[in-house]
Design a protein around this ligand. Structure first.
Ligand code: SAM
Length: 216
């Protein structure tokens, strides 16, 4: 697929829209401006790739709205070299943003079809996070602790396992609520058994499934 001047122009426009909605982190905006989001879309839908909207990617799932990706990425305050665990690989777009921010990315997906597709597709774009298949609601204890954890599906509650797998000083960004709307939370692990929770805007995500998510 080609990344033309027209696509680059549309991307600049998207960055402008996301900035106007309140995103200030220049590194996050640069990543949105760099990643060819149209590579994730089938030909028939290419025109929609640079709208600030979520879009179906198959298996009943979506590529998140660019503003939402930027909002979560900004809250996560990724530093180069951070070990970041993402729950909900989906299309892989968010994982690429994290890689562009200099993170070492571990990402897990619950839908086999998406896991297989994204695991093949991202390396073809030159991006290589560590891919895992399975239920991320219990975390990924084998590689813990993480500096940052990001959940890209709506959870009914904050899974304890995710707090356990954060290092002290680490940050978890997770949307929590009911099926209709979720509140974006940023949880900082301030000591071994202590957290500070900040609550931001409302969002609408597909459900986090699994043992510590919504049951199928
Ligand atoms: N980060 C994705 C992107 O950039 O395209 C957004 C994907 S979508 C909003 C949320 C994803 O979470 C879906 O692909 C869904 O299958 C996945 N998911 C839901 N529950 C999960 C779980 N327990 N473990 C891992 N992935 C899960």
């Amino acid at each position: 697929m080609v990344d033309s001047y027209r696509h680059k122009g549309m991307r600049r426009q998207l960055v402008k829209v996301v900035r106007e909605k309140g995103i200030e982190d220049e590194r996050v905006l640069a990543a949105i401006g760099k990643i060819p989001r149209h590579f994730f879309f089938e030909n028939a839908f290419l025109e929609h790739a640079y709208e600030d909207k979520a879009f179906p990617i198959g298996a009943g799932q979506t590529i998140s709205q660019p503003y939402t990706v930027a909002f979560q990425s900004e809250l996560l305050q990724v530093q180069p070299g951070d070990k970041v665990f993402e729950i909900g690989t989906g299309s892989g777009y968010q994982a690429i943003v994290l890689l562009e921010l200099g993170a070492d990315v571990y990402t897990i997906e619950y839908q086999k079809e998406l896991y297989e597709r994204t695991r093949r597709f991202l390396p073809s774009m030159g991006y290589k996070p560590n891919f895992f298949f399975g239920d991320g609601s219990k975390g990924l204890p084998r590689y813990a602790p993480y500096d940052k954890i990001i959940v890209t599906a709506g959870a009914p509650t904050v899974p304890d396992a995710l707090i356990d797998q954060l290092r002290v000083g680490g940050v978890l960004v997770i949307p929590v609520g009911d099926a209709k709307t979720q509140r974006m939370l940023r949880i900082t692990k301030t000591a071994e058994n202590k957290v500070r929770t900040e609550s931001f805007d409302n969002f609408k995500f597909v459900p986090l499934l699994g043992a510590d998510g919504w049951r199928k």
